[in-house]
Design a binder for this molecule. Structure first.
Ligand code: XMP
Length: 513
């Protein structure tokens, strides 16, 4: 087993970034809630523990705290922000409330201990700070490592016990040398070997999937997207001809998608494929439904029913269902953070019916999207498949805003196809994380050939992102936008206006529903 780091999440918006930084060092890590017990932690055998920041104050009522004895396990611990304050509180330091402050800051290093290996004592380092409460006095036996003009204790440490705290965020890009600090903690202080790679992930997963599924039949719901393709290829490697892939045409796919998925699958994956046309069933279940979460719930439920019928139809009694669930889906949907808000129940995680007959195999559950792409390449999938933009499970159902009809789906499909065609023609496809058209539930007045029109509005969305967790709108050259708009208005009957979405995530999300 590879060395691994446990991250306890106290609700910081940056917790996922901590995980990413550690995995970039090729060390495996997982995020868990602070309600985890010390016994569980001991059994999980982390080489080090990171306590994230969080919005609470250690002096508040009912605030998340440290699992009992966590600091006595003999495992190095690094606390950031709230995590640091918890260490201070438990070891008798003084935490003081104050005005919350976010932004760039500069720390002055008083002692270049192991955590700041490679830095010079007296050096000033640019960091991203976020402090309200702060540690005023380090606990006894802790050394003051750094301070800022406003903060008496920006970093502290008890090197022999392996306990450290920083009041700033080394995980964000605005802390330019943050990666060195993570490397110092993870590799030097915890002594992890940087051995975690897509290759080792594949080997471990194949062994785990074999053990998990025994001799039973496995089916995989294929969407044609990167995640389910990589999940299928991985499971195929593990269970070979016990895998049957099922591609459901939900009627919510993009133009020509069913054919292109089928072609790519047969060319690259090589396992058994059943294609099911369930569009009528899905559209019937979605009739009259406008609420996004209800759409997701009904789609998730219909998906499973269709699978069950298809499997019976194929005469196989499968016990396992493969899903291409990713780590951000898990975190955003059911939240390892316990009480934090559910943003959207991504249908392949939160919206499954409770009486589902399958056990789930989710081999990508701990991976980020770019890691999935690495694994896909390592498994020999083509760039065409691995480099595809993500496509949500509920498909166009969450891009036809409001109620869904066949006419509205067709209209969106035509507009979306033109949009993607022009993006490819402009050579921009690979610069964009995700691009799609959205059909708005409003109509607008226009004029065409001297006559008044009162027709649909199409919104275009294109974002850059590393993992879908945060995103920025893509700055298209104006002439590309102009060409796309002209073509959509001229070629798609029923559209008289095209708008471009210039919202970042947060506060918007990537999809409109
Ligand atoms: P949001 O809209 O939450 O999207 O910013 C983040 C990423 O997730 C995709 N997405 C989904 N994927 N089921 C999925 O499988 C869903 O219900 C779902 N909702 C959003 C979205 O396309 C983007 O890549």
């Amino acid at each position: 087993m590879d060395d691994r780091i446990l991250i306890l999440d106290y609700g910081s918006q940056f917790t996922q970034l901590i995980a990413r930084r550690i995995r970039e060092l090729r060390v495996y890590c997982e995020i868990h809630p602070p309600t985890t017990s010390a016994d569980w932690v001991r059994a999980w055998r982390p080489r080090g523990i990171v306590l994230s920041g969080g919005p609470a104050s250690v002096y508040g009522a009912d605030v998340p705290t440290l699992p009992v004895d966590l600091l006595e396990l003999g495992v190095p611990v690094l606390g950031g922000c709230y995590g640091m304050q918890l260490i201070a509180q438990h070891r008798g330091g003084r935490v003081e409330p104050g005005r919350r402050e976010y932004g760039r800051a500069e720390i002055e290093l008083h002692r270049a201990s192991e955590l700041f290996f490679g830095f010079e004592t007296g050096e000033r380092i640019a960091v991203w700070a976020s402090h309200g409460d702060h540690v005023n006095t380090p606990p006894r036996d802790f050394e003051l490592l750094a301070s800022t003009a406003d903060l008496p204790v920006a970093a502290f440490g008890a090197p022999t016990a392996g306990l450290y705290g920083v009041q700033f965020h080394p995980e964000v890009a605005h802390t330019p040398r943050g990666t060195e600090i993570w490397a110092n903690f993870v590799l030097r202080i915890c002594g992890c070997e940087p051995t975690w790679t897509p290759g080792s992930f594949i080997e471990e997963s194949v062994a785990r999937i074999r053990a998990e599924t025994g001799t039973e039949q496995v089916i995989c719901g294929l969407s044609g997207g990167v995640d389910s393709s990589v999940a299928a290829a991985l499971v195929h490697r593990a269970v070979q001809d016990r895998l049957t892939c099922i591609f459901v045409d939900t009627g919510l796919l993009r133009k020509g998608e069913r054919d292109s998925v089928e072609r790519a699958f047969r060319r690259e994956l090589g396992s058994r494929l059943v294609v099911v046309d369930a569009s009528a069933q899905f559209l019937e279940r979605l009739a009259g439904v406008a609420e996004p979460e209800e759409k997701r719930r009904r789609i998730g439920e219909t998906f499973i029913r269709v699978f069950e019928q298809s499997v019976q139809g194929a005469g196989r009694s499968a016990g396992f269902l493969v899903q291409g669930t990713l780590y951000p889906d898990v975190i955003e949907s059911q939240s390892v953070r316990g009480p934090s808000a559910v943003i959207k129940t991504h249908h392949n995680v939160g919206g499954l019916p409770r009486d589902m007959k399958f056990r789930l195999v989710e081999p990508l559950r701990e991976l980020f999207k770019d890691e999935v792409r690495h694994v896909g390449r390592e498994l020999g999938l083509s760039e065409e498949l691995v480099g595809r933009h993500p496509f949500p499970g509920p498909g166009l159902a969450i891009r036809v805003l409001g109620e869904i009809t066949t006419e509205r789906l067709d209209l969106l499909r035509d507009a979306d196809a033109i949009y993607l065609e022009e993006i490819r023609a402009a050579g921009l496809y690979d610069d964009i994380w995700q691009a799609f058209a959205v059909l708005l539930p409003v109509r607008s007045v226009g004029v065409m050939g001297d006559a008044r029109t009162y027709e649909n509005v199409v919104a275009l969305r294109a974002v850059t992102s590393r993992d879908g967790m945060t995103a920025d709108w893509f700055p298209f050259p104006h002439e590309v936008l102009g060409r796309i708009s002209n073509r959509i208005i001229n070629e798609v009957a029923g559209v008289n206006r095209v708008v471009y979405d210039v919202s970042s995530k947060p506060p918007a999300t990537i999809e409109w529903e």
